[in-house]
Design a protein around this ligand. Structure first.
Ligand SMILES: NCC(=O)N[C@H]1[C@@H](O)[C@H](n2cnc3c(N)ncnc32)O[C@@H]1CO
Length: 147
């Protein structure tokens, strides 16, 4: 899994078009979204993550929470982003991983939005520009470690 984490004044998106034959079903209100004072997390779920999605979810949540605490962000935007890797996981696995990350962050008390999966989206992002405002993380499940 590859993550780009941006501490931002805001992130807003608007659905433009389908990017998959069967994108995630969404309501009209999900066609647009915005969070202010947010840690935006752009995530590419990778092929290797398919060997142990549960482990990757746990490690991603740990990394995201670590950064959120450092930048004092209480809101998190989980954003599916297929452009951080050339070895992408298949969509059904990727969507489940992203949903679980969203769910676990909410359980930890963060206000969380997740941008819809399988669409081309216009977005606006206002990066705060401080030293910890732009970070990346790579997560790889351990070889052959069955949980
Ligand atoms: N910027 C627009 C976009 O990326 N759209 C992507 C994601 O929303 C989603 N997607 C598909 N596979 C993946 C994956 N492995 N990881 C993350 N998202 C994925 O499907 C769209 C087309 O690849």
């Amino acid at each position: 899994m590859r993550m780009l984490l941006i501490h931002a004044d805001y992130l807003e998106y608007e659905i433009r078009d389908k990017a998959l034959k069967n994108p995630e079903p969404i309501s009209d209100e999900q066609r647009k979204g915005r969070l202010d004072e947010v840690l935006a997390v752009f995530i590419s779920v990778e092929k290797v993550d398919e060997t142990n999605p549960e482990e990757v979810v746990e490690e991603a949540v740990t990394e995201i929470e670590d950064v959120a605490k450092q930048v004092k962000a209480e809101r998190i935007f989980v954003y599916p982003f297929a452009h951080l890797s050339s070895e992408l996981a298949k969509p059904d696995v990727a969507l489940e991983v992203l949903k679980k990350i969203e769910e676990k962050l909410k359980e930890k008390g963060y206000e969380v939005k997740r941008a819809p999966f399988g669409y081309y989206k216009a977005f606006k992002l206002s990066c705060k520009g401080h030293p910890l405002a732009e970070l990346s993380r790579t997560i790889v499940p351990e070889e052959g470690v069955s949980k």
